[in-house]
Design a protein around this ligand. Sequence first.
Ligand SMILES: NC(=O)c1ccc[n+]([C@@H]2O[C@H](COP(=O)([O-])OP(=O)(O)OC[C@H]3O[C@@H](n4cnc5c(N)ncnc54)[C@H](O)[C@@H]3O)[C@@H](O)[C@H]2O)c1
Length: 286
Amino acid sequence: MEANFDQTGKGRRVRRLGVETPATGNPRDMEGMVVAITGAGSGIGRGLAEYFAERGSAVAAFDVDTDGLEETGAHVEQSGVDCFRVPLDVSDAQATQKAIADAIAELRHIDALFANAGVIGPSDFLASTPEEWSRVMNVNVLGVVNSCHAVIPHMMERRRGRIVATASYNAFRAGPHVIPYRVSKAGVMMLVRSLSLVMGPYGVTVNAISPGVTMTPMQRHHAQRTAEESGVTLEEYLAERTAKIPMQHLTEIQDVNAIAGFLVSEEARLITGQSIAPDGGVFASS
Ligand SMILES: NC(=O)c1ccc[n+]([C@@H]2O[C@H](COP(=O)([O-])OP(=O)(O)OC[C@H]3O[C@@H](n4cnc5c(N)ncnc54)[C@H](O)[C@@H]3O)[C@@H](O)[C@H]2O)c1
């Protein structure tokens, strides 16, 4: 597949998808990269897709929500790059293997995997059911495992690649609510740290981004639910949460994107097994 790019601008690449011919020497140049993003149909995943597309990366987008996926695909294509989209439930190992293989066949390679799909699950520990626990673990932990399993042989063979999981400040912070979610994100962090040891010799870094409270559809739904339970308005609840953040600011999608752009860059080649947290100091204060 020949990509449709401006080949005349100074400093731009003359290239086809999947062929690395850096022309700028800029270590943060994302043009011509291929990024795979799970949970790309909404929130942080969609933000990542748009961010990379605007910088000339082709996107392989996966989500269980087909409408959201289509919407993301349309946004990405507005940037003039390819968006290969596959409806996918990441908790299904076989389907994930096939989806990633199809993306590699279509886009020639994957430079970076963002294992980002996640669900928040039940808030009340005592009322939480085994089925709810299974769902949270299957999506948030096994989903990352499945995505990594699917892409790792490819990255090992190329001896390059970036894996970035979306963890959370809740991976590090104990609390009485959303305990399955906290446990799952702590699991993601241990997976990231351990996998970095496996992948290091292959030149592949494995990291996590741990955003603070980011007003995505997931967070808005959670905040609304918690506000109702506490008998306050959503605005009052958010003001209270914001006041507890050292920098008095919620995380925005652009804060997550900035870390993502750095982690895939050449500059971050020795950063692995870590979590970088655009959280305004929430982790520091826990
Ligand atoms: N929003 C926050 O405050 C926040 C903070 C820290 C971490 N996170 C994490 O960021 C990631 C993205 O969350 P978000 O806030 O953008 O939420 P979101 O609900 O807006 O987006 C999550 C996306 O994942 C998809 N998804 C859910 N289950 C899936 C499955 N089984 N297979 C494939 N896709 C699936 C959903 O359809 C949705 O499109 C999650 O892992 C979440 O835990 C979010």
